[in-house]
Design a protein around this ligand. Structure first.
Ligand SMILES: [Zn+2]
Length: 158
């Protein structure tokens, strides 16, 4: 497994961008940035562009996705840039890409619903947008889904 890669994800692929961030990848994603501007910023910042834009198909450092379905798209990305999604999972804000910081539990009490506070030990916060993360059910579900995606595929018989 390689180091977690840096991506610039096409604005058409919001769900993929969010998931790659949940897996800890550094993802540039901006709904206001498309095409040539995305390519330019990706080059400046040393990122691999992930896109379904046919015009970018042959550009270097571009992953052109052929799949329509989100799960297959994620698989295509991981095939090209294998990294361990579990190693870095939930270290980065899925909304704004900022690395999360652990919070002192006492600072969280007023900022999350009481049942959440009562039932979780560890909380992390995005220092940029203030979003708070905890190890909720959706985290386990997401990790299960990641495992499923990474499971060996049956080889097609010829
Ligand atoms: Zn954030």
């Amino acid at each position: 497994m390689n180091e977690t890669p840096r991506f610039a994800v096409d604005r058409m692929l919001a769900r993929l961008a969010r998931w790659l961030r949940l897996m800890g990848a550094d993802v540039l994603f901006d709904p206001a940035t498309g095409g040539a501007e995305l390519l330019r910023r990706a080059r400046e910042e040393g990122r691999v562009v992930v896109t379904r834009d046919k015009r970018l198909r042959t550009a270097p450092d571009v992953i052109f996705l052929t799949a329509n379905l989100f799960r297959e798209q994620l698989r295509e990305v991981l095939d090209r840039f294998p990294f361990d999604p579990r190693a870095q999972a939930f270290t980065r804000c899925s909304a704004c890409n900022t690395p999360l910081k652990w919070l002192d539990r006492n600072l969280v009490a007023r900022r999350v619903p009481p049942f959440v506070f009562a039932s979780h030990e560890r909380f992390a916060c995005c220092p940029r947008c203030g979003r708070i993360y905890w190890n909720a059910t959706h985290v386990s579900r997401a990790l299960a889904e990641i495992d499923d995606l990474l499971a060996p595929r049956p080889q097609p018989t010829i």
